[in-house]
Design a protein around this ligand. Structure first.
Ligand code: NAD
Length: 260
């Protein structure tokens, strides 16, 4: 398996969940990977497990200095420039429009939106210079449509989708591609923290494929977007959501219910 042979990737938020699955999939396809995260123990353990193909670097996506450090250290470890950036790190906060504390809004903006922008800013100069690069920004189905109690989170994920398109237009002439991924409900610590298995069971009833996703469902799309096989794809938005955004149905659930 060598779809990512000679690729050098930084994956943010890679210590667990979707980021960890993406790191494993990248390594399985021949890439060398920097596992970047604020979760040191989990990140270290994953990098150990991936052996020589990965190293862990402590990294806070909301901090510009941390971006300078992670890109510098990654280039040193790779011995060459970064050619794939996966802006995967993110946080989820529920809250109603009229009561959500502003600190929560600011935290979401700083990590989800600012983190993604800083990442693109940090790798763009070297990618432009080498005229090769793929940046993959993790949005969400909340970057395609709204959900109650997620107004602030939805705002950050729509922003990521928009920034992806603007950056793709700007960087296209330099040989750098930028795309966004829109996962549906995926079983990770993020979703487990908000309702656990009961939330998973509820979610499954809303999805055409009748199950929530796993990190391993998501990772192959990232492999495709990182590889040269997607060389004519930029500014695109790619849902990996079990079909949940394929419907405008008013009906809760997929059994047809009252209208069948
Ligand atoms: P997760 O909580 O398992 O993983 C997120 C990782 O991001 C964690 O390891 C965490 O330590 C890291 N992180 C948080 N703040 C950080 C910071 N400031 N700097 C660096 N790393 C930081 O969740 P996940 O489901 O794997 O989420 C990955 C991405 O997928 C996120 O952007 C999330 O918004 C998005 N997403 C998740 C779902 C879902 O249902 N789980 C759906 C759509 C989109």
């Amino acid at each position: 398996m060598s779809r990512l042979k000679d690729k050098h990737a930084i994956i943010t938020g890679a210590a667990q969940g979707q980021g960890a699955a993406i790191a494993r999939a990248f390594v399985a396809e021949g890439a060398r990977v920097v596992v970047a995260d604020v979760a040191d123990d989990l990140g270290d353990a994953l990098a150990d497990d991936l052996d020589d193909a990965a190293c862990f670097i402590h990294h806070d996506v909301s901090d510009p200095t941390s971006w300078d450090d992670v890109v510098g250290e990654a280039e040193q470890w790779f011995g060459t420039a970064v050619d794939v950036l996966v802006n995967n790190a993110g946080i989820l906060r529920f809250g109603e429009v009229d009561t959500m504390p502003l600190q929560e809004l600011d935290l979401l903006i700083n990590i989800n939106l600012r983190g993604c922008f800083l990442g693109m800013r940090a790798v763009a100069p070297a990618m432009k210079k080498s005229r090769r690069g793929s940046i993959i920004n993790c949005s969400s189905v909340e970057g395609l449509a709204g959900m109650a109690h997620l107004t602030a989170y939805t705002g950050t994920k729509f922003a990521i989708r928009g920034m992806t398109k603007a950056a793709a237009v700007e960087l296209g002439a330099h040989g750098v591609r930028v795309n966004s991924v829109h996962p549906g409900m995926i079983d990770t610590s993020m979703t487990q923290a908000h309702g656990g298995d009961a939330a998973m069971q509820w979610g499954a009833t809303r999805v055409p494929l009748e199950r929530v996703g796993t990190p391993e469902d998501v990772a192959p799309l990232y492999v495709h977007l990182a590889s040269d096989e997607s060389g004519y794809t930029t500014g695109g938005e790619f849902a990996v959501d079990g079909g949940v955004t394929a419907t405008h149905s008013f009906y809760p659930g997929n059994d047809g219910g009252a209208v069948r």
